[in-house]
Design a protein around this ligand. Structure first.
Ligand SMILES: NC(=O)c1ccc[n+]([C@@H]2O[C@H](COP(=O)([O-])OP(=O)(O)OC[C@H]3O[C@@H](n4cnc5c(N)ncnc54)[C@H](O)[C@@H]3O)[C@@H](O)[C@H]2O)c1
Length: 375
């Protein structure tokens, strides 16, 4: 049994907890959070033996081999660093940290200590996305020339909508680019198999003053808060393959909940995928009728069938995409602990570092109003 601790049990921490119950050979042994009383209820429900509000208690705990870090962004660096130094494998939430100095150090520490790392870029684990990447790899599209898309949400549309993601101290210097832009450009690079090398960005804080709920105050009591981070961005991108592209991200697009749209066009065919219809892969043709491939363990390419967990016609969902990610992580960990090479490509801390470099290049491009190379 591999012993696991989860730090941060908010929205995504609970998704990690529930998903880990499905992974064979893994036992969640500790929950770490700020409100121990609430954690106790969760621990009882899911049979977790230990709860604490202090993650440092687990650094020397021999029962814990893997840590899932699900805290807000500013805590990713100190918590990931402490556990890497303590020799624990880590599956962290994105973004890996808030600056590229921090992410470089985390990637270096993981490498030096020979630890397995992963970042929960879960959208790439939908079967249709795996299929899209495999079709690009096997040449079905021909040379890719254009990649376009968006990631749109509406949960920050009103000035009374509030979250730690709007505060620099917790989110880092970026809100929407680091939060959901990172998902989009990770997907675009994964599906095309190429890297973003240059960016040209236009960012905006659509609502620069928001109503922040007063701490401990009655419902409806607010203070005015000046938001310094962006909630909208449109970015032109160049890929190392020679492809060009553009994407838009926003958290204020009424009606769009988790609208991740990715379109990839080559000289032979095009592909399009949208998270709100995640089972479908659109395949576009110039000289014949277009197609829709439904995710399917029967109809997908041999290397992507394992991600389509149910018989054709039974759609999988977000929890299953996260499961697909965790399954590959723990399969790799099993191989590593046996002294063998991991076989499943994973978004790791080195990848998390590159995503931060892209985020920083986007922020710099907007500030300087010019194209910026990703280092
Ligand atoms: N991969 C994805 O699809 C995805 C989805 C949502 C969130 N995320 C990422 O996950 C992270 C958390 O986001 P969320 O939406 O779950 O936020 P959240 O606010 O719902 O949860 C964060 C939790 O961390 C806890 N916390 C704060 N300080 C702590 C500390 N010192 N020790 C332990 N726990 C502490 C909070 O009490 C809270 O329960 C963010 O970095 C976010 O970018 C990723």
């Amino acid at each position: 049994m591999i012993g696991v601790a989860i730090v941060g049990l908010g929205y995504i921490g609970k998704v990690h907890l529930q998903t880990l119950l499905r992974i064979p050979g893994v036992k969640v042994k500790a929950l770490v959070g700020r409100r121990v009383e609430r954690l106790r209820e969760l621990a009882e429900t899911y049979g977790v033996p230990k709860v604490t509000d202090d993650y440092t208690e687990l650094l020397a705990d021999p029962e814990i081999q893997v840590v899932h870090n699900c805290t807000p962004n500013h805590l990713h660096y100190p918590i990931n660093r402490a556990f890497l130094q303590a020799g624990k494998h880590i599956l962290s939430e994105k973004p890996l940290a808030t600056t590229s100095q921090e992410t470089a150090e985390l990637a270096r520490l993981a490498e030096q200590n020979s630890l397995l790392t992963g970042i929960n870029f879960c959208y790439r684990y939908y079967p249709a996305v795996q299929e899209a990447a495999a079709q690009v790899r096997n040449g079905a599209l021909g040379k890719v020339h254009t990649v376009i898309g968006s990631y749109l949400q509406d949960w920050l549309l009103y000035d009374t909508d509030y979250d730690w993601r709007l505060e620099k101290d917790a989110a880092g210097s970026s809100n929407v680019i680091g939060d959901i832009g990172s998902h989009w450009f990770h997907l675009a690079q994964f599906v095309t198999g190429s890297r973003i090398t240059e960016v040209m960005a236009d960012l905006k804080t659509t609502l620069p003053v928001r109503k922040k709920p007063c701490a401990g105050g009655e419902e409806g009591q607010y203070t005015e808060y000046e938001v310094e981070v962006e909630d909208y961005g449109s970015i032109l991108v160049h890929f190392d393959s020679g492809a060009s592209g553009v994407f838009t991200v926003s958290q204020l697009c009424a009606g769009r909940k988790c609208w991740i749209d990715l379109q990839v066009y080559g000289f032979k065919a095009g592909l399009a995928w949208n998270h709100e219809r995640s089972t479908q892969l659109w395949i576009g043709h110039r000289s014949q009728a277009n197609q829709f491939l439904m995710e399917s363990p029967q109809l997908q390419l041999p290397e992507t069938k394992r991600y389509a967990l149910l018989p054709t016609g039974h759609p999988i969902g977000y929890h299953d995409a996260v499961y697909n990610m965790f399954r590959d992580f723990y399969l790799n960990l099993g191989l590593k602990l046996d002294g063998r090479e991991p076989t499943h490509p994973l978004p790791d801390f080195a990848e998390g570092h590159r995503e931060l470099l892209i985020t920083e290049a986007i922020l710099q491009s907007h500030q300087e109003k010019r194209w910026v190379e990703v280092p």
